[in-house]
Design a protein around this ligand. Structure first.
Ligand SMILES: Cc1cc2nc3c(=O)[nH]c(=O)nc-3n(C[C@H](O)[C@H](O)[C@H](O)COP(=O)(O)O)c2cc1C
Length: 358
């Protein structure tokens, strides 16, 4: 028997399959988003950008390359972070001019430096400021561009924190937000323990008719179906589980369509995607920085390789531009079956920094 899940809509955006690539600082850049889309993500969100960074970067050629959206990415959201409501406006307008289809407001980031600057997750404790940001951005943007929010379940486990969550959640929709992505861990919890999917179900029961995307512990295609089924959220937002395993989107699509779970990609399928990822990274970052970026992704892509430990070590050892290609030549020459990634390893990755932060 197959369970049918309705197509996802975010405001006027028709997303289709209810599976999205989550915002991931240091990862969900254009190359990662394009690959996620090609492999079946209905929607993608860029890594969080600081409002001031966007305004500055949008004036320069290099910055515009970083902020660019490719034709095949649509629909694609950009995520903004900041502390002063008025500073979000020029950044949001610049991102819309650059072609992003939606603006997501980060009220969730638990990184210490971010909290110290009264940004991200700090705002889960400041409903007035958070909602002023939503209002200002909503009012400044054309109506066809949806504004969405990314939330954690609160600052901490206290009842006051829970009240503030619902004040922000309801207030954001009341001010015109089209959807909320909820990661059901508190800011204080960061990544400890399991994501509380029961909270997602509660939010969804509270929010009849509102679009809620769920985030948290989606490491296998089956997890996404389980979240959709158990919580009633309108979409599953895959984060760590897609780093080095973008095939998870194709696997979710298969399950959503009632097909059997496809096997992990073969070594040649992996190689083709990594080569393409690297090519796009070079276009965005140039040879040196793309090498560093691909080292990080390569270490995660290695998870799917039958000789996982050796390939991982080979990616770790890359230093110079071009080393990653050498790893591909050496370890991806024979088309062997791939392996399922180790689910535990995804859970060990945490949000440690924000790339564009000052
Ligand atoms: C390395 C890393 C970077 C992240 N960057 C962002 C970000 O830029 N914006 C955001 O809203 N969430 C960010 N997150 C949170 C994820 O989008 C997601 O909500 C969280 O990881 C829970 O999902 P998961 O358990 O399936 O990974 C990040 C998480 C990690 C591990």
């Amino acid at each position: 028997m197959t369970t049918r899940f309705p197509a996802l809509h975010i405001g006027p955006l028709a997303i289709g399959p209810p599976v999205a690539q989550a915002a991931l600082s240091g990862y969900s850049d254009a190359p990662m988003r394009v690959i996620a889309r090609r492999l079946g993500a209905g929607y993608t969100v860029g890594e969080v950008w600081l409002d001031r960074f966007v305004v500055e970067a949008s004036h320069g050629r290099r910055g515009r390359r970083l902020l660019a959206v490719r034709d095949e990415e649509h629909p694609c959201g950009a995520q903004l972070m900041g502390s002063r409501p008025e500073e979000f406006i020029p950044a949001a307008l610049a991102l819309v001019r650059l072609g992003f289809d939606a603006i997501d407001l980060n009220l969730a980031c638990p990184v210490r430096k971010v909290l110290a600057r009264r940004r991200g997750g700090f705002l889960m404790g400041q409903p007035d400021v958070a909602l002023e940001i939503v209002s200002r951005v909503r009012d400044a943007l054309p109506p066809e561009i949806p504004v969405t929010v990314k939330l954690r379940s609160g600052l901490d486990e206290s009842p006051e924190s829970r009240e503030r969550f619902f004040a922000i959640f309801d207030g954001a929709f009341g001010r015109g937000a089209a959807a909320a992505t909820v990661h059901p861990r508190t800011v204080a919890q960061r990544y400890a323990g399991r994501a509380a999917w029961a909270f997602l179900a509660e939010v969804k029961r509270h929010a009849i008719g509102r679009i809620v995307l769920g985030s948290g512990d989606l490491f296998r295609a089956e997890d996404c179906l389980a979240m959709l089924r158990q919580t009633g959220v309108d979409g599953a937002c895959i984060a760590r589980g897609a780093i080095g395993n973008p095939w998870i989107f194709a696997q979710v699509r298969a399950l959503l369509e009632g097909r059997p779970l496809p096997p992990p990609p073969s070594v040649y399928e992996q190689r083709d995607v990594i080569v393409e990822h690297y090519r796009m990274a070079e276009e965005v970052y140039g040879p040196k920085r793309s090498g560093r970026r691909m080292r990080k992704f390569g270490i995660r892509y290695a998870q799917l390789h039958p000789q996982y430990a050796e390939v991982r070590a080979a990616f770790i050892a890359t230093r110079r531009p071009g080393d990653v290609r050498e790893v591909l030549r050496r370890w991806y020459a024979d088309d062997l079956p791939g392996r399922w990634p180790d689910v535990e390893s995804f859970g060990r990755m945490v949000e440690g920094h924000v790339e564009c932060d000052d």
